[in-house]
Design a protein around this ligand. Structure first.
Ligand SMILES: C[S@@+](CC[C@H](N)C(=O)[O-])C[C@H]1O[C@@H](n2cnc3c(N)ncnc32)[C@H](O)[C@@H]1O
Length: 522
């Protein structure tokens, strides 16, 4: 009989333990193990940077110990002076203790954000739990501890992995090396700015490697991953940081040394190493000069609040509490939504949003059938996160029907080379949060009022925005999924729009002359 190696035993244990839990339970604690090959790559790369004949190893989120296993693979046992793993969930921690019995690994069952940092380590390797901010229990306590350990006050929107990274500093020896396998999201989003400033100012940031999002590293958690390497010592005025992309850590496809001065200026670090700092041409018009962009309505439960016409009839619900809403873009036959005389979209699939502003006692009195329908959701839908946070659980956000709609997520590029589309909406239908809603404002509102025949040209310009502009402003997730947020969409340049307006109004550039801009339609 073939004797299983320790790593084979660990893998088999990992898959048994994973199988005993539901995916939603595993998500709660970010329980997605690092594949063997990736763990080996990270550890052997880190050992090269550490370049020491004694290793004091810490994994603050151990799981079953994929990184420790890789360590035993790449470092002679005589140099591993001590090794500690912390794991909150005894479901993984107890079998791991059994597996690693008789080795140097000491497993503490507990919460990394609670245990006091009594010992220090020179080699911290971690794939921390990826738990989004709204699911972090005890957020205020964790924030306070992060501040106490690192001096950094993280935004309430930061995921748990940011707190792990910052708190780990209290467990590190001076000159110790840390390698963090984390989602690359922090490199672009607002809540990541404090993490980036910590990496630039408090420690010596050595390298950030980003895996190609099309080459998803994890089978079961779709994240676009990066490995951040730093040394625990004050930066000594290093001129640059190594940014690498694609391929493997030790053999990346692209390498660039990015000057720290550029990193300080640029808020989107995922530009590196593929591109350089964005050069903002202040005189170039951006979508936000013409449109207010808002995310569509988050209903709290589309299945409950959005009904087909037949269903409204079947339940005999009052029409006056419904308003038309567009189906998702896959169900739109064309990018131009035409409307009937009452403003309803001319679509084969007619959907309506339950948008009732009456309190419960009035609904009960005036609309008994609607009351019966609401009762169906009272024990389930009403208990959802969003519904619970409302004054009355079925009150919807108010969003006018937008003139333009943008599909803001896309994986593949379509034939026109972009994963984003603009839809022209002539109807009174509103949209849900699978779209971004664009409302003409200021100069554009006036322009369209005066020159309604230019509507198609305005739309044409929007659809000609090149995909790189979206990519520059937006973000990329695992599997190559691209996304753009309302504020990011407002920063997308549309120089042609300026020319269109000028061509109707003579040679007037509203951007270059604010005074003319204000008086242009006066
Ligand atoms: C992404 S997994 C990584 C596991 C393992 N190190 C690996 O790479 O395969 C994160 C682990 O952290 C554990 N965890 C979650 N919250 C924790 C906490 N507050 N303290 C310690 N461990 C935690 C989870 O149970 C999970 O096993």
């Amino acid at each position: 009989m073939k004797i299983m190696s320790k790593e084979e035993q660990r893998l088999s244990l990992q898959s048994d333990l994973d199988a005993q839990k539901s995916i939603s339970d595993r998500r709660k604690f970010g329980q997605f193990a690092t594949p063997t090959e990736l763990a080996n790559e990270v550890v052997s790369f880190g050992l090269d940077i550490l370049n020491s004949n004694t290793v004091r190893f810490l994994d603050p989120a151990l799981g079953t110990g994929s990184f420790f296993s890789a360590l035993t693979n790449h470092a002679d046992s005589t140099i591993i002076e001590k090794a500690t793993g912390i794991e909150i969930d005894s479901h993984y921690a107890i079998p791991a203790q059994e597996l690693w019995r008789n080795t140097v690994l000491d497993i503490a069952i507990g919460d990394f954000t609670v245990l006091p940092p009594k010992r220090k380590f020179n080699f911290v390797i971690c794939n921390p739990p990826y738990v989004r901010h709204h699911l972090i229990e005890d957020k205020e306590r964790i924030k306070t501890r992060t501040k106490q350990f690192s001096g950094v006050e993280l935004s309430g929107l930061a995921g748990l992995y940011c707190h792990f990274l910052l708190q780990s500093i209290a467990w590190m020896e001076n000159d110790g090396i840390a390698g963090w396998l984390i989602p690359s999201e922090f490199m672009d989003v607002n809540y990541g700015s404090m993490v980036k400033s910590f990496l630039l100012n408090n420690v010596e940031l050595l390298q950030i490697h980003r895996y190609d999002p099309n080459d998803v590293q994890f089978d079961d958690a779709l994240v676009s991953s990066a490995v951040v390497w730093f040394r625990n010592r004050k930066p000594k005025g290093n001129p640059s940081v190594k940014f690498t992309y694609g391929g493997r850590l030790s053999a990346p496809n692209i390498v660039r040394l990015v000057p720290v001065s550029e990193l300080q200026k640029e808020s989107k670090w995922t530009r590196f190493p593929l591109q350089t700092v964005r050069t903002h041409n202040e005189s170039s018009a951006v979508l936000g000069d013409f449109f207010l962009v808002k995310r569509g309505i988050a209903t709290g439960n589309n299945n409950f609040f959005i009904l087909e016409k037949d269903k409204i009839r079947e339940f005999d619900l009052p029409h006056e509490v419904f308003r038309p809403v567009l189906p998702n873009s896959r169900n739109l036959p064309s990018d131009e939504i035409l409307a009937d005389d009452s403003g309803n979209p001319l679509l084969s699939r007619e959907l309506f949003l339950l948008d009732c502003k009456l309190p419960e006692h009035e609904v009960k009195m005036r609309y008994p059938t609607l009351w019966d329908y609401l009762l169906k959701g009272k024990e389930s839908v009403a208990k959802g996160y969003l519904c619970q946070s409302r004054k009355c659980w079925y009150y919807q956000e108010q969003r006018e029907a937008p003139l333009f709609i943008c599909t803001y997520m896309g994986r593949e590029r379509n034939e026109s080379g972009t994963s984003f589309r603009f839809i022209l909406n002539h109807s009174t239908a509103t949209v849900t949060n699978c779209y971004l809603a664009l409302y003409p404002k200021g100069i554009m509102k006036e322009f369209l009022k005066r020159y309604p025949h230019e509507l198609q040209n305005v739309w044409g310009i929007m659809n000609r925005v090149d995909s790189q502009s979206f990519i520059d402003e937006g973000r990329v997730y695992g599997g190559g999924l691209r996304k753009v947020e309302p504020k990011e969409l407002m920063r997308v340049p549309v120089p042609e729009m300026d020319s269109l307006i000028r061509s109707n109004r003579g040679d007037v550039s509203f951007k270059t002359d604010k005074a003319i801009q204000l008086n242009m339609f006066g």
